[in-house]
Design a protein around this ligand. Sequence first.
Ligand SMILES: CC(C)(COP(=O)(O)OP(=O)(O)OC[C@H]1O[C@@H](n2cnc3c(N)ncnc32)[C@H](O)[C@@H]1OP(=O)(O)O)[C@@H](O)C(=O)NCCC(=O)NCCS
Length: 269
Amino acid sequence: MARAGIVGAMTAIEAHGSYGAAQASPGANGWVVTVEPATADAAAIGAALEAVSEAAAWAGGGRLEFWVEALQASDVRSDGAERAGFVAYRDLWQLRCPLPAKPDERIPRIQTRAYTPDDLDAFLEVNNRAFAWHPEQGGRTRDDIESIQREPWYDPDGFRLYEVDGRLAGFCWTKEHRAVDPPLGEIYVIGVDPDFHGRGLGDALTRAGLDWLHGQGLEHGMLYVESDNDAANRTYDRIGFRHHQTNRAFERTVAAAPAVAAARQEAGR
Ligand SMILES: CC(C)(COP(=O)(O)OP(=O)(O)OC[C@H]1O[C@@H](n2cnc3c(N)ncnc32)[C@H](O)[C@@H]1OP(=O)(O)O)[C@@H](O)C(=O)NCCC(=O)NCCS
């Protein structure tokens, strides 16, 4: 299990004029590892990841997670991760589509409304049912959502809800990214209550979110989706989303260093 504090490690490989610096900090699900590649090659990154894994072992061991953002066809970061015994286990795709989305007469246009603070409990219930399987988006609490809603970008008008007979059936929460080129309108979180799956609501709600974003003057839609989320990917493909980049997660689990394990045992922990 990850201990509090930050574990850092730096490796210099002078023969190649290349270095890699890695840091592991405690996250919700073990250690979150970052590497500063600068001019690093795979050997330097691998060495830095190996060193930070060892440092984590001395800090009590546990699971380490390392994300390679915007994966390239030939990527020194993933090569380095594999050299250090990390294994790829998850691909998150970024998809994009031009706005407005291409219309589809088979999909009914639905009337959504803006989120209000009174919707929090109903939202949590639908979200946690829809994302029960998801490592980050499932099991959300009131505190999680209220803290996101305090972020400067948050706009309740871009958080669209859809009700059937007074019951929340699904939602499409959007987020605007104005400081990037081109500006992007993100489908930040979309979910349909499992009782309403398979009725075309996911499609209609995604379009409602994209319509909202286009109405704000945005010309490019964007979202992140798990590569193996077939129901979502079928919907997004039909709407016109195409793959833009992959973020790949690697993991490795290290045991506590023997001296640490022995000290813990002696202390009865
Ligand atoms: C993704 C999601 C929003 C789609 O909503 P939906 O209302 O079921 O969507 P649709 O009815 O438009 O169906 C979308 C496609 O998924 C298929 N599908 C629906 N439920 C499915 C299931 N449980 N398993 C496999 N496929 C499923 C449908 O058949 C349809 O494909 P098709 O048009 O090629 O036949 C919904 O499944 C959901 O809330 N999932 C959990 C949260 C999530 O994954 N959000 C997206 C994160 S990026």
